[in-house]
Design a protein around this ligand. Structure first.
Ligand SMILES: *Cc1c(COP(=O)(O)O)cnc(C)c1O
Length: 354
């Protein structure tokens, strides 16, 4: 079953510098009851179980981003994002394993009065945390721009006094980050081979989308392994869909270049939807809450209320409205994010209708 294309692809992927931090391969689980209920064959790739604390897709990205920090003998990792960022929590965890301290610049509309969810874990893991309040109508990227001087100043201070800092942009939105999910496709190919299956067994791979890095990696990965599987992405609403499409296309081209492979990409390769965002990324919709409850009740698997809940709501609806036909074979890629279940009011008992 394994032809020359596969061998070459694996060879390329194994040459990329990587620090091993996650528990890999993550499990591939068949969702028996959901499959039966919806008339499809549904599997789940459990990247919520990567094992860098409470798991998630960022751990894979960090495995490929951090070799440079190690090479630079960095003493500090510096990054920034939203108060409840999964990226920041996984960065600290990886940093702690590598003996590096993490400095976080976090942003949100109101300074939190209590440590909850990811922010609580960040604190327990010992990160240096700088909390920043957004100005009226200001986005997080804008606020990061506004506070850039503070970040640079802190970096300068630490470097003069103590040691090298390594700054990483949230989500590692560059080829060395994207390549993590190309590698993950390779991992899936191997896992399927053990079961006597091929990647083309699946008609669809479904993932949540934030900045599009994971989707980008999966798209390059499926082409690298010569598969016709369609990659469907459901946006959590961080970016307008046209921006996402452009980012994915550019990211895929750059990642192919990074891997020194020639493969054509076009807008027709990209299937993404923003129809399940609801009121916003941090406000779960009724459909999303329904999906979270149904998967928990039928399969005892938890989805998160920011990303994977929306993606699952989209997937289940696509099946209902026949955009994904009955009998299809679907792989849902669980990208993690579980601490958000314990992060705030909007996902307490009342919204779950308990
Ligand atoms: C960050 C994140 C995503 C989005 O990943 P991108 O590569 O930015 O699209 C999806 N799910 C979870 C749980 C995340 O933390």
């Amino acid at each position: 079953m394994r032809d020359n294309t596969y061998l070459k692809a694996f060879e390329k992927l194994e040459k990329i510098p990587r620090v091993k931090l996650a528990f890999l391969p993550t499990p591939l689980q068949k969702l028996e009851r959901i499959s039966q209920l919806y008339g499809v064959e549904m599997y789940m790739k459990r990247d919520d179980l990567t094992g860098i604390e409470f798991g998630g897709n960022k751990t894979r990205k960090l495995e490929f981003t951090l070799p440079e920090a190690v090479k630079n003998k960095a003493k500090y990792l510096v990054t920034g994002a939203a108060f409840q960022s999964n990226w920041c929590r996984q960065t600290i965890a990886c940093g702690n394993r590598l003996g590096m301290k993490t400095v976080l610049f976090l942003y949100g509309p109101e300074i939190p009065q209590k440590y909850k969810g990811n922010l609580l874990l960040d604190k327990v893991m010992g990160a240096e945390i700088h909390l920043n309040k957004l100005q009226q109508g200001e986005s997080i990227p804008k606020a990061m721009q506004r506070t850039k001087e503070n970040v640079n100043e802190r970096i300068k201070e630490l470097e003069e006094k103590d040691g090298e800092c390594y700054y990483i942009e949230v989500g590692a939105p560059f080829p060395r980050g994207h390549v993590a999910y190309v590698y993950a496709v390779g991992e899936l190919v191997r896992q399927l081979e053990e079961k006597g299956m091929m990647l083309n067994y699946f008609d669809y791979i479904v993932t949540a989308i934030g900045t599009g890095g994971t989707y980008t990696g999966l798209l390059v990965g499926k082409k690298l392994f010569n598969s016709t599987v369609k990659i469907y992405g459901f946006s959590a609403g961080f970016m307008p869909i046209e921006t996402l499409k452009k980012r994915i296309l550019k990211g895929a081209e750059e990642t192919a270049e990074f891997l020194k492979v020639t493969m054509p990409f076009s807008k027709e390769d990209i299937y993404i939807s923003e129809d399940y965002v609801g009121k916003g990324y941090d406000v779960p919709s009724k459909e999303e809450v329904g999906a979270i409850k149904q998967i928990a009740q039928k399969e005892a698997v938890f989805l998160d209320p920011v990303y994977t809940g929306k993606a699952m709501a989209g997937l289940l609806d696509f099946i209902k409205i026949d955009r994904i036909p009955k009998g299809s074979k679907v792989l849902f890629w669980h990208t993690g994010g579980l601490p958000a279940l314990f992060s705030g009011e909007e996902i307490t008992g009342s919204i779950y209708g308990l």
